[in-house]
Design a binder for this molecule. Structure first.
Ligand SMILES: Cc1ncc(COP(=O)(O)O)c(C=O)c1O
Length: 342
């Protein structure tokens, strides 16, 4: 029998009980729809406590929408978005960012999952040339798609590069909680204070049922977002149930506890796996993901017991993710099986 919890993805986990409780708590009587309800208004205040009173924040259903709508708010169709070749917006959103914005995405080969100022500078060209798309946004992912982290100085440098050229810095923060927890930062220190302009703030991988937010640190940039969100079919009529999820995550630092737990379990998994000579960890484990090169023939055998994704078929690299509900016992059991199988 397959175990109850696997290492396939942090969105394979269930919903944190506190989130379910919060959803249930707002399931009382009738209230106004589309976000004009008191629950949503009070959660917006919580976001403002974390990020500053001048932010504007909007809730959406999923991360792809948070990214696409963020980019849409920052661009016209003749603009370009510079991102890592491994970015979710480039590889995993079925072309939705291109379709929705009309923009060209310029992919860069990342180093350890990250863009650098030098690599972005290399892609920054064609400015004022009517034959060329105009670079407008740098989009980075924190934590990265390979479980590494941008250090604060690296984000600051990318923000400076962008702002010096009239561009914006967008962060896909599907796992921003993991990044902030790992780096010991507040949510604001991890984003706004480094010069980020717009953040896709992830709730779902952090224990929500399905809730993401788009946060504009410069309210002017979010001016038209009300309309973009509706056109993007992301305006929830029963908004209170999305708001309630964020209420739970932002109460008593549940966001932090959940992120710390998944990060801790990834470090434990790394520790256990590093004792197995046939397993090589290929990226620094800085958040909640472990990327490992394992013998090719072991993959299918392991997948019979645990579902997970092969990250790079050619290189025989697999991705193992930990979640807020991953336990030490889960890790020990899985590491034991890996040791026996490879
Ligand atoms: C880096 C990153 N961004 C965004 C998302 C959100 O995607 P979805 O539209 O599935 O919620 C994911 C989910 O896998 C992700 O890993």
């Amino acid at each position: 029998m397959k175990p109850a919890r696997s290492f396939a993805s942090d969105n394979n986990a269930g919903v944190h009980p506190e989130v379910l409780k919060a959803i249930n708590a707002v399931n009382q009587g009738h209230t106004v729809g589309y976000g004009d309800d008191p629950y949503t208004q009070s959660v917006v205040l919580k976001f403002k406590k974390h990020f500053g009173s001048d932010i504007v924040v909007f809730f959406v259903f999923n991360g792809t929408a948070a990214n696409c709508l963020s980019l849409k708010a920052l661009t016209n169709s003749y603009h370009a978005v510079i991102c890592a070749e491994s970015a979710h917006i480039y590889t995993d959103e079925c072309g939705a960012p291109e379709k929705f914005t009309g923009c060209k995405l310029i992919p860069i080969v990342p180093q350890n999952g990250k863009l650098t100022v030098a690599s972005v500078a290399n892609a920054y060209h064609g400015v004022d040339d009517p034959h060329h798309v105009q670079p407008r946004v740098i989009s980075i992912t924190q934590a990265t798609e390979v479980g590494t982290l941008y250090q604060p100085a690296e984000i600051k440098a990318l923000a400076r590069f962008a702002h010096d050229r009239g561009m914006f810095l967008h962060v896909d923060g599907a796992r921003i909680a993991n990044a902030a927890a790992s780096l010991g930062q507040t949510l604001s220190k991890a984003t706004r204070d480094l010069g980020v302009d717009v953040l896709s703030f992830g709730g779902t991988k952090n224990g929500a049922l399905g809730a993401e937010a788009v946060i504009f640190f410069n309210p002017k940039l979010g001016h038209d977002f009300l309309y973009l969100r509706k056109q993007g079919m992301q305006l929830a009529s029963k908004m209170r149930f999305i708001s309630a999820q964020f209420d739970a995550l932002l109460t008593g630092d549940l966001w932090l506890k959940n992120a710390q737990q998944s990060n801790r379990m990834a470090r434990l998994l790394q520790k256990k796996l590093s004792q197995i000579p046939q397993v090589r960890i290929v990226h620094k484990v800085e958040a909640n993901g472990v990327f490992a090169k394992i013998p090719r023939k072991a993959i299918a055998k392991l997948q019979k017991r645990y579902f997970f994704y092969v990250w790079n078929q050619e290189q025989s690299v697999v991705r193992w993710m930990c979640s807020f509900d991953t336990t030490e016992q889960d890790v020990n059991q899985f590491a034991k099986l890996v040791a026996e199988t490879v």
